[in-house]
Design a protein around this ligand. Structure first.
Ligand SMILES: [Zn+2]
Ligand SMILES: [Zn+2]
Length: 119
């Protein structure tokens, strides 16, 4: 399971859609006993906020396409198609970002999911 520290650190790859800073603070919005939490990320520059969610099971249940997409998605490092999702965030209404981890070599990477892709 991903920790808040890990999420915060990995959010550093994103640029704020408003001010393009890449520093975000993370707060727990709702905590689930089964470990699937929803967070709010806030830009350190302009205080723009967006949701970050570790609710992967529920998300995959309602988006079965994502599951098959993940299965066919090669790891950028080792090329093996065995990525699993750690968390996702909705940066803007048009852009979701999936944070993935390769099951084989544990390489962490992320992919942009355009809203149209899973409609
Ligand atoms: Zn900002
Ligand atoms: Zn890999």
């Amino acid at each position: 399971m991903v920790t808040m520290e890990n999420i915060q650190q990995r959010l550093g790859v994103l640029a704020c859609p408003i001010c393009h800073k890449n520093e975000f603070s993370l707060r727990i919005k709702s905590e689930n006993p089964d470990g699937e939490n929803v967070y709010t990320a806030m830009c350190a520059g302009c205080r723009y906020t967006f949701p970050v969610s570790t609710e992967i099971m529920l998300y995959q249940l309602s988006n079965p396409d994502i599951v098959s997409w993940l299965k066919g998605f090669p790891c950028p490092k080792c090329g093996i198609c065995e990525a699993e999702m750690d968390f996702r965030c909705t940066v803007t209404v048009r852009e979701s970002r999936l944070f993935l981890r390769c099951k084989s070599c544990l390489f962490e990477f992320n992919e942009v999911m355009a809203a149209e892709a899973y409609e």
